[in-house]
Design a protein around this ligand. Sequence first.
Ligand code: ZN
Length: 116
Amino acid sequence: MGIRNKKTLTKTRRHTRDIDQIKADLLSPKHLAQHKNSHAAEDLPGLGKHYCVECAKWFDAEVNLIGHRKGKPHRRRVKALSVEAYSQKEAEAARGIGSLETTPASQQTKEVEMSS
Ligand SMILES: [Zn+2]
């Protein structure tokens, strides 16, 4: 009887890892191993053998994992991971603070296209 609000309960139950955590998982295997080790294998579906790194989800069978990788939620997650995180530098550039010299060339060309 901890949380009385039903909406909060379902939201937190479904909550997996945050995008920035998954990005760190993809970059370093050590980070990922740390996350996996924080759960006991016998508590996980399929004894924690079938794991989708991008979605931070465990599956009970290999077939389900393969099926999941072809699905829309997985592709949506992969796309979200490919997008750069919104940074303080970006926020300042939008306000006109900070110098544009520090932004990469690819971003500069984008800004020119938008203004013309
Ligand atoms: Zn996935």
